[in-house]
Design a protein around this ligand. Structure first.
Ligand SMILES: [Zn+2]
Length: 422
């Protein structure tokens, strides 16, 4: 018997098909078989997932998550992180390699892929650019889905050039965390209103933008596909716009927290609001929102960065950077952007699924056309939801806890199977 599922009567939003209409979706053996107006009546024996009143998007893909395995399993592991992903509507995620030890070899990659085979969401892996993430010698990138030195920049520009050349020859994207540490000095908040108000060291936007500009120059030199991670400020957005105008293979992401919040929202010295890059000014947030709407920023990516309560309890100066995001990303984008008229639902589907699929070269994802993977996210766009203090994630370092948001994930389907449903 073929494995089948009928997703019934949802508003299917699929920019690749130019579709924003109520449809039934029939999946068979993990792929979309057909879309139609009345498939439920024609296939009465197929199990039904009722999507009436819901929006149905191609399964969300997160380009940027930290699953902490190996070495940080007190905060998250591959299985808990993938469960958090499924609960948040994500059917595939790209795990960053700054684990302990860092992912820098085909042998460790094989071990992690075996573990990920049982996960609720598909887990793809970025490998380090440098061995041990030490910034000295090029790592062995064979078999990796992407390259990234995330957590830091590759400071040696010649090594960065060679890593980009290597990424190009393997036809994988380089996901770049842009930060000049001599400028950022690991400061916990933005330099400006936040650093003055909270009396903390601040890091300026320039710490990000100088590296964005360098990496764009090296992408031009090498012809590599450069993807810029978690952009946070107006000047970086302008640099990406200019690179795209010149026809370079440069793409960019922004996180839900940078799109929804700004430095003025930080309630006090609470490390659940400490992330890297830090929340910037209102004007920076407006620039990010505009860039996401007009396509200068291609994708939303969570930078899901779980940390234990003990580590986050060390205070603003000593606690590690990062917030979790998988289970709040879609409601946050709906609430702060879509419902406020700053992002169309069509752009939502593009930046949360179609664009990430394209960036990772996943030819069967990002759309619900017949023949594609039967990955879908069902959401009730207007349902109010208060962000709880506990998550599928093993961690709870989240600035949105207690906020009342409009819009909620109802169900997640991966390869024709329901991996999350309320
Ligand atoms: Zn990063």
């Amino acid at each position: 018997m073929p494995q089948r599922l009928l997703i019934r009567g949802g508003l299917v939003i699929d920019p690749e098909q130019g579709l924003e209409s109520v449809r039934d979706i029939l999946s068979e053996n993990g792929r979309v078989r057909s879309l139609g107006r009345d498939l439920a009546r024609r296939h009465p024996s197929v199990p039904v997932l009722d999507a009436r009143g819901c929006w149905v998007l191609p399964g969300l893909i997160d380009l940027h998550v930290h699953l902490r395995e190996p070495g940080g399993e007190d905060a998250e592991d591959i299985l808990s992180g993938a469960s958090a992903a499924a609960a948040g509507g994500f059917t595939a995620v790209l795990a960053m390699p700054n684990t302990k030890p860092p992912l820098d070899s085909p042998a460790l990659l094989r071990r992690l892929r075996r573990k990920a085979a049982a996960a609720a969401a598909q887990v793809l892996f970025a490998g380090c650019a440098s061995k041990g993430q030490q910034g000295r010698e090029l790592a062995d990138l064979r078999g990796m889905d992407a390259v990234s030195e995330d957590g830091r920049s590759v400071l040696d520009s010649n090594l960065m050039r060679r890593a980009l050349e290597s990424a190009r020859s393997l036809d994988i994207p380089f996901m770049s965390h842009c930060e000049d540490p001599a400028l950022s000095r690991g400061a916990p908040v933005n330099e400006g209103r936040a650093s003055r108000r909270l009396r903390l060291p601040g890091q300026s936007w320039a710490a990000e933008t100088v590296m964005v500009l360098r990496d764009i120059a090296l992408a031009e030199l090498t012809g590599a596909r450069l993807h810029l991670c978690h952009l946070s400020c107006r000047q970086s957005v302008e640099a990406v716009r200019a690179a795209k105008r010149r026809g370079l293979a440069v793409t960019a992401e922004a996180s839900p927290h940078h799109l929804a919040l700004c430095e003025d929202d930080i309630p006090g010295p609470d490390p659940s609001w400490k992330m890297n890059p830090p929340l910037r000014s209102r004007a920076d947030r407006a620039a990010l929102q505009e860039a996401l709407a007009d396509g200068s920023i291609d994708a939303v990516a969570t930078d899901h960065a779980p940390h234990s309560a003990a580590k986050k309890g060390l205070g603003m100066r000593r606690a590690p950077f990062g917030v979790i995001g998988l289970e709040t990303a879609l409601p946050v984008i709906l609430h702060f952007l879509v419902h406020r008229g700053r992002l169309s639902r069509r752009r939502l589907a593009e930046c949360a699924s179609a664009a990430p699929a394209r960036i990772l070269g996943l030819a069967r994802k990002g759309s619900l056309r017949p023949g594609m993977d039967a990955d879908a996210t069902l959401l009730s766009p207007d349902e109010p939801w208060t962000v709880p203090g506990r998550f599928q994630s093993r961690s709870a370092n989240c600035p949105f806890i207690g906020m009342r948001l409009r819009g909620r994930v109802r169900a997640t389907v991966r390869a024709g199977r329901i991996v999350h449903a309320l």
